[in-house]
Design a protein around this ligand. Structure first.
Ligand code: BTN
Length: 271
């Protein structure tokens, strides 16, 4: 760290001129295991909020629920933002939702592409996953609590393995043209910072923004496992803590985390 590639440096500089209030310390590494590891180590060393660790390639990129996030060189954006939200434990899941809203807004601003959020925070175009978000906490509940927000965006087809091609997509495939990755990164960071900051002062606004952007959160048929039992139901939105509500016919269940399988789309799904 830290020699920013020229395209990244130029885009960040232009973004800084437009929004001098967004102060970020963006660090670039050619190759890392995972940007999450580097950001977590910085968090444990008392590094301040606003550090962004980006890499051209990750050799052990990780996704939610122990999955791998393939991160070949230059094919995607891979970065982690160190945030230190002043929130109690109950409100922390909202940081994850806010990150989804920030990524959605940033992608739209940078490219004009409209995306859909799927609980808790997949970023989709139709059925294809375009970006993923992983949040990990450090020293939660203490004065030093930190939330590391990791974002992976598929820039081109080479960013994801062929076996997931039916349920993945990339910016270049969706737009039918090449994209300026520096510009995308700069817009994502700006939206992300705004959206995460909003959790502290306008939780309702974040919840509303998330609900507006998540067509499958209402009216979709889903399946999930609860204490070893597979259950089915229809999504009924999210509550104010960010939990997914599911109607099973005789009762309404709250799912806080875990694996939900979508069997159909939701209310305004494009399927
Ligand atoms: C998911 O959808 O499962 C979450 C994927 C998150 C991937 C990003 S890439 C940057 C950061 N570093 C990682 O190892 N993971 C996140």
């Amino acid at each position: 760290m830290n020699h920013l590639p020229e395209d990244i440096a130029t885009a960040l500089e232009s973004s800084r001129r437009r929004r001098p209030d967004v102060v970020l310390d963006v660090r670039w590494l050619p190759s890392v295991t995972s940007t999450m590891d580097i950001a977590a180590a910085l968090a444990s060393d008392d590094a301040p909020a606003g550090i962004v660790v980006c890499a051209d390639e990750q050799t052990a990129g990780r996704g939610r629920r122990g999955r791998t996030w393939q991160s070949p060189p230059g094919a995607g954006l891979y970065f982690s933002l160190l945030s230190r939200p002043r929130l109690n434990a109950r409100a922390l899941p909202l940081v994850t939702l806010a990150a989804g809203v920030g990524v959605r807004d940033g992608l739209e601003r940078a490219t004009g592409l409209s995306t859909d959020l799927k609980w808790p925070n997949d970023v989709l175009v139709g059925r294809g996953k375009l970006a993923g978000i992983l949040t990990e906490g450090s020293a939660l509940g203490s004065q030093d609590q930190a939330v590391i927000i990791g974002i992976g965006v598929n820039l081109r087809r080479a960013s994801y393995p062929p076996e997931v091609a039916a349920r993945a997509t990339s910016l270049e495939e969706e737009l039918g043209r090449s994209v300026d990755r520096g510009h995308v990164l700069a817009e994502l960071l700006r939206s992300l910072v705004d959206s995460v900051a909003a959790v502290e002062r306008d939780r309702d606004g974040i919840l509303q923004a998330w609900r507006r952007s998540a067509s499958s959160a209402v009216g979709a048929q889903v399946e999930w496992t609860d204490a070893g039992t597979t259950k089915r139901g229809i999504t009924a939105g999210i509550d104010d803590t960010g939990a997914l509500l599911i109607d099973t016919g005789n009762r309404r269940e709250c799912v806080f985390a875990g694996e939900v399988t979508w069997l159909t789309g939701g209310q305004s799904n494009r399927e």
